[in-house]
Design a protein. Structure first.
Length: 148
């Protein structure tokens, strides 16, 4: 394991005890190791979430895309803020609907201030579970959403 991955993981574990909202707690315990403490990403590993989701959040399909992204994961090449990522977002489907909803709402509101508001409820996640997708299908949703 490379040192910066280990440091991110240790920071995530240490910060988990100090989380404010339920969404922040989920972010710190699950997402922070790859996406960074404040969602700034880790070059070559995971894209930034902070300040980079405005375009996605403005789209009518934002909730559907983000919910399926967390449930199914995603694979394929993407570009975020000029940086190319070609990795795998692991699925988080084992998490509770309420936790997934809370972390999506946290990322949208707290890590993307000024972006359109997105509130995700547990029933939104439950509904998406009823129409499962493959990671490649989620990648297709992203491409459509981003006009790629």
């Amino acid at each position: 394991m490379k040192p910066h991955y280990l440091l991110s993981l240790l920071a995530a574990l240490a910060a988990g005890a100090h989380a404010g909202s339920p969404g922040e707690a989920v972010y710190q315990s699950t997402c922070m190791a790859c996406h960074g403490e404040r969602g700034t990403g880790i070059p070559g590993l995971a894209p930034p979430l902070a300040g980079s989701l405005g375009r996605q959040l403005a789209a009518p399909q934002a909730r559907d895309y983000l919910t399926h992204l967390l449930l199914a994961g995603m694979s394929g090449r993407i570009r975020v803020d000029g940086q190319v990522y070609n990795g795998i977002m692991p699925p988080q489907a084992a998490m509770k609907d309420a936790d997934l909803a809370a972390v999506m709402t946290y990322v949208a509101a707290e890590l993307n201030p000024g972006a359109p508001a997105l509130v995700v409820e547990a029933n939104d996640v439950a509904k998406a579970r009823g129409t499962p997708m493959k990671p490649s299908q989620v990648h297709g949703l992203r491409q459509k959403l981003m006009g790629e």
